[in-house]
Design a protein around this ligand. Structure first.
Ligand SMILES: *[C@@H]1O[C@H](CO)[C@@H](O)[C@H](O)[C@H]1NC(C)=O
Ligand SMILES: *[C@@H]1O[C@H](CO)[C@@H](O)[C@H](O)[C@H]1NC(C)=O
Length: 178
């Protein structure tokens, strides 16, 4: 993407906004982006990594994760297949924050490294429950950088594939510019 004056950036943004609106007119002012979070839950490496920084196991009862802190650096890909193109990273942390159930407060950044949003990022926060595959949950998009400056919105997440070493989530971002 050319990084000349802001007028061309604005034009790109406007065109992207209009194109997205046209493609999903029912969303009325929102753009909708879909991508996939590829997390490796066992082992570590440069492709998808979860690091448990602080972990205090209390057995398998509800609230077992309370107080745990998880730092992670996952890959964002365009598709659900493990070899689909990389478009960015999901970097952040989760803190076990419920005594009553297995859920945590997550605070994270989606950093785009390819495609039309290369160099821009979204900032998010919200609860992440431990729930069966297919459960949809929602977190808040509180802002962003680059082409996502001053945005707001929400992110819907569904875990769509699970193996003994990986967890793949579908992320749907609904973003409004202001
Ligand atoms: C993303 O942007 C960076 C910095 O401008 C550039 O070096 C890189 O080649 C771009 N990546 C892709 C896949 O376009
Ligand atoms: C994961 O599952 C595969 C079969 O699907 C098996 O071959 C492999 O040993 C398992 N790995 C671990 C760490 O359990």
């Amino acid at each position: 993407m050319a990084s000349s004056p802001s007028s061309s950036s604005f034009l790109l943004l406007l065109l992207a906004f209009l194109a997205a609106s046209a493609a999903a007119a029912s969303l009325d002012g929102y753009i909708h982006l879909r991508f996939y979070n590829h997390e490796r839950v066992l082992g570590s490496g440069p492709d998808a990594t979860v690091v448990y920084a602080v972990e205090r196991r209390r057995g398998s009862t509800a609230g077992a994760g309370f107080g745990n802190i998880i730092i992670y650096d996952n890959l964002l890909r365009a598709g659900v297949e493990p070899d689909s193109p990389i478009i960015g990273r999901n970097q952040g942390m989760g803190v076990g924050s419920s005594m009553a159930e297995n859920s945590g407060l997550t605070n994270f950044q989606l950093v785009f490294t390819a495609g039309e949003y290369n160099g821009s990022s979204l900032a998010l926060q919200g609860l992440f429950p431990v729930a069966p595959l297919g459960t949809v949950f929602e977190r808040a998009i509180t802002g962003g950088t680059g082409r996502f400056r001053l945005v707001r919105g929400y992110l819907l997440t569904t875990e769509v594939r699970s193996t003994n070493t990986t967890l793949t989530g579908q992320l749907d971002a609904y973003i409004t510019f202001r």
